[in-house]
Design a protein around this ligand. Structure first.
Ligand code: DLL
Length: 454
């Protein structure tokens, strides 16, 4: 791809001239580590006072633990505070954790999760401003400029992805094209009709749009599209590279979660493609060992814990994301000094235990991405119909990997089974699926189906 044709920002990035790229808020994004930590401490103290004063759930927990807001004197004192997890938001559904009167809340969002009641979060006017600020930072990291025409293919419902990114992009000055999710052929028509330059979706949906466009004979290289803003689900480096190559765009992957805000917690810059800058003045991060809850050393893998700083309508403390990552604080080649988290590939709660062996879906994904002839679409089905756990990996073939010879196909299948066994240390069955045979999603892709009867 010749990205130099796709705007000055991408041209500068391709040449490694990161100083030519706009940084939304350099007084924060390029501040010294000392200044960042001082801002975080001042905001943490305010946040804890606000939360203790306005949310009875936290006041009761902190009283039980014998902690007062005045005990927060250093950033490490955050460890004196209680953790929050999804169950707390569910138990207090819908407004139990809200810290402002409902007539000050200007927007609600929700996340459906896998079981039970949704998680509901609210934002007041200042929270919305803070959110838009975080979005403006991350989209400019990807080279988005005010003259961009942004086709939003996240849903505009309760999911935070659609509206959250929309407001920030619009505030930057972009022309928003609120396509919403789904209706793939129409998405491609809209890119053509409106000259969209930025496409926003999950990476798996972007790949689907790419494939459908190719089938329709759409020439991605000649299209106006230049940037993909992805997020909401893990994106392997291989998947990102494939989308960039086939759609002739530059893609960045952005991270966030409903409970602490939505998209905007961290974003990928064009200098270091496997890490994401955390909006540290708005989120205090910790990385802990998910089994012991003790902090890990800087740069080591663990569970990300986030405390939003300055968020008022629903101010959660120490939210357990269950997302596994590591965080580093060395300055980045892009010029930013904010800490960077490695892209999340797995969650502490998505581990499958198959006949006593721990298996992460990301391990399966890594094996498959190293095998020529298979697409990034796959599905893991686990059952225990026979009494024992059985894992079947449905692997979708690329058209060129298809063969009329049964022996060849069977040998390929066994080859994948062996590769998986080598990494997972437990046997699984592989089922080869024809191109297009794995169901596509317009939002987050579900890779695992656990049918085991407990
Ligand atoms: O997915 C927020 C979002 C929307 C982020 C659009 C970026 C773009 P939830 O639906 O609450 O919120 O899901 C949050 O999704 O804890 C991660 O496990 C996962 N996740 C989100 N973004 C990424 C990403 C939105 N870039 C949960 N990489 C999080 C990996 C991600 N996982």
């Amino acid at each position: 791809m010749d990205i130099t044709k796709k705007g000055a920002a991408l041209k500068a990035a391709a040449a490694g001239r990161f100083d030519e790229l706009p940084i939304h808020n350099p007084s924060i994004e390029c501040a010294s580590r000392e200044r960042i930590r001082a801002i975080q401490l001042a905001r943490l103290i305010d946040q804890v006072e606000w939360t203790y004063g306005h949310v009875s759930w936290y006041r009761e927990r902190m009283d039980e633990m014998g902690v007062k807001p005045s005990d927060i004197k250093t950033l490490d004192d955050v460890r004196k505070l209680p953790f929050t997890d999804k169950a707390v938001l569910r138990d207090t559904f819908p407004y139990g954790l809200f810290a402002v009167p409902l007539d000050e809340v200007v927007e609600l969002h929700a996340s459906s999760g896998t079981t039970g009641k949704p998680i509901v979060v609210g934002y007041n006017k200042e929270d919305m401003d803070l959110w838009a600020d975080c979005i403006m930072r991350l989209v400019q990291m990807a080279g988005v400029v005010p003259s961009d025409r942004v086709q939003m293919a996240f849903g505009y419902g309760m999911f935070t992805g659609g509206f959250g990114l929309h407001y920030g992009l619009q505030r930057l000055g972009c022309m928003m094209i609120p396509a919403g999710s789904g209706n793939t052929e129409r998405q491609i028509q809209m890119i053509q009709d409106y000259g969209s330059t930025v496409f926003v979706s999950t990476p798996s949906y972007a790949l689907h749009v790419c494939e459908v466009g190719e089938k329709m004979g759409f020439d991605w290289e000649k299209s106006t599209l230049r940037v993909g803003l992805f997020g909401g689900e893990p994106c392997t480096p291989a998947l990102k590279a494939e989308i960039e190559r086939r759609m002739h765009i530059v893609c960045t992957d952005n991270y966030g979660l409903t409970e602490v805000m939505g998209p905007g917690v961290s974003g990928e810059c064009l200098a270091e493609r496997d890490m994401q800058h955390i909006a540290e003045d708005h989120f205090l991060w910790e990385v802990v060992d998910p089994e012991t809850d003790e902090p890990v050393a800087e740069g080591e893998m663990g569970e990300l814990i986030l405390t939003p700083l300055g968020k008022h309508a629903i101010p959660v403390l120490r939210y357990r994301t269950h997302d596994l990552t590591r965080v580093v604080t060395e300055p980045c080649a892009c010029g930013r000094t904010t800490a960077r988290m490695q892209k999340v590939r797995s969650r502490s709660d998505d581990m499958l235990i198959i006949r006593g062996t721990n298996v992460f879906p990301s391990q399966v994904e890594d094996v498959l991405s190293g095998i020529a002839g298979v697409t990034p679409h796959y599905r893991i089905v686990v059952d225990n119909e026979t009494g024992l756990d059985r894992m079947t990996v449905h692997v979708e073939l690329r058209p060129e990997a298809f063969s009329d010879s049964f022996e060849e196909m069977d040998a390929f299948r066994r080859h994948i089974e062996e590769k998986l066994k080598g990494v997972l240390l437990v046997g699984s069955k592989v089922k080869l699926v024809e191109p297009g045979g794995i169901e596509r999603s317009v939002g987050k892709m579900k890779h695992v189906e656990d049918r085991r009867v407990k």
